[in-house]
Design a binder for this molecule. Structure first.
Ligand code: NAD
Ligand code: TYD
Length: 379
């Protein structure tokens, strides 16, 4: 039985990863550490922690005393660090919090792991490590910066972040590599493109658009909507992390992405079409509309769910133009490839949000309404 410390697993990707590994590895037990910030919701993983292989601890990855006590109690073999402040727009508003959590939090975890896992020293003075341990850092393609119309990010692309979020993630990557190079710590890093799927907090583009349609709100597209993101279904990211943690060589870095680049405006139009189609095929979904209006046929009208809902708003400061991942290395070395084509994943995702509107309402309380007003009110 291996014991994992998974941080940030009450958030979007961490929760999907928790479900993924509990379902696939009966010989793994997991301790979840999450501060339950606005982005973390315990209800997302309530059914997972109700299990003798999964325990939840509310706490901060910056709290060294807590992390040390967890290492002492559970003797972790693996740390997978998802915990982060993850929204670029919020990082523009409050960079300091991003530096605190994403950089210092990662360093705190690394150092606690070093203290717990070092067994002795080799003849050159490098630490020797307990067998089978691994520190995995969940990173992002945003560390590479922004691309022009051609080319892709490879693992050799120089790191060149622009937002406070991506700069903090880049710093964390550098610190992870510093522990690898200075202490020979068995680390790994995955740098993944934009994820989409169940349990993503509604501040991010895809759930925000779905939710706004249900609330009859305009769909805010930054700038001209021509920025390009490379979208990957969240389970495919979870599969990649699992492969890297269990099969990737210590010290390795892998890019993760499925060559699915789309302009933002295209994504928004696909969501509008998908919501309207699902409400046409299954009229019961129309009951989710906050402001239903009856049509001439007596049914709730959905003809207004069209591209006129799109509104172009002031652009994000320092908005990266294009991300595009080259995933050749993880494909060739570990045999990873995505299972979910975008056309399938996006319909699954929109349907999930319609089927789980109670989840959206639970996570987007009054704080989210205030955030939305502040971020979009005068835009
Ligand atoms: P998220 O914002 O949905 O979840 C973050 C989680 O971390 C939340 O549960 C939150 O409560 C927790 N958290 C925040 N600060 C904490 C702290 N100090 N101590 C403990 N827990 C804390 O984020 P996400 O989208 O699931 O992203 C997870 C990771 O994946 C992040 O490191 C992010 O940089 C990376 N990533 C995200 C994407 C994406 O498209 N969302 C793509 C590539 C990489
Ligand atoms: P987001 O989901 O915030 O992810 P990231 O900034 O990490 O890529 O945004 C995805 C893209 O969508 C990004 O180019 C910004 C854009 N966007 C909008 O146009 N409108 C919105 O309301 C949001 C949240 C994002």
């Amino acid at each position: 039985m291996k014991t994992y410390l998974v941080t940030g697993a009450a958030g979007f990707i961490g929760a999907n990863y928790l479900k993924y590994i509990l379902a696939r590895h009966s010989d793994v037990r997991v301790v979840v550490l999450d501060l339950l910030t606005y982005a973390g919701y315990l209800g997302t993983i309530a059914s997972d922690i109700d299990n003798d292989r999964c325990f939840f601890v509310k706490g901060d990855i910056c709290d060294r005393g807590l992390i040390d006590s967890l290492f002492a109690e559970y003797r972790f073999d693996v740390v997978v660090n998802f915990a982060a402040e993850s929204h670029v727009d919020r990082s523009i508003d409050n960079p300091q919090l991003f530096l605190q959590t994403n950089i210092l939090g990662t360093q705190c975890l690394l150092d606690a792991a070093r203290t717990a896992w070092v067994m002795g020293r080799d003849e050159q003075g490098y630490p020797t490590w307990r067998a089978g341990v691994r520190f995995h850092q969940v990173s992002t393609d945003e560390v590479y910066g922004s691309l022009g119309p051609t080319g892709y990010f490879t693992e050799q692309t120089p790191l060149c972040p622009h937002s406070p979020y991506s700069a903090s993630k880049t710093s964390a990557d550098h610190i992870v590599c510093a522990y690898r190079d200075t202490y020979h710590m068995p680390v790994s890093i995955t740098r993944c493109s934009n994820n989409y799927g169940p349990y993503q907090f509604p501040e991010k583009l895809i759930p925000l658009v779905i939710n706004n349609i249900l609330e009859s709100k305009k769909l805010p597209v930054y700038g001209k909507g021509e920025n390009v993101r490379d979208w990957l279904y969240v389970d495919d990211h979870c599969k990649a992390i699992d492969m890297v943690v269990t099969q990737g060589a210590p010290g390795c870095i892998y890019n993760v992405g499925g060559h699915n680049e789309r302009q933002n405006i295209t994504i928004v139009k696909i969501i509008i079409d998908t919501v309207r189609q699902l409400m046409t095929d299954e009229p019961a979904y129309r009951s989710l509309l906050k402001k239903p209006v009856k049509g001439a046929d007596g049914q709730t009208d959905i003809s207004w769910i069209n591209y006129d809902l799109i509104t172009f708003v002031k652009d994000r400061l320092g908005h990266d133009q294009r991300y595009g991942i080259d995933p050749t290395k993880i494909g060739e070395e570990l045999g990873w490839q995505p299972d979910t084509p975008f056309e399938v994943g996006i319909v699954k995702t929109v349907r999930w949000y319609l089927d789980h509107h109670d989840w959206v309402e639970a996570v987007s309380g009054s704080d989210y309404q205030l955030y939305y007003e502040k971020m979009y009110g005068g835009r």
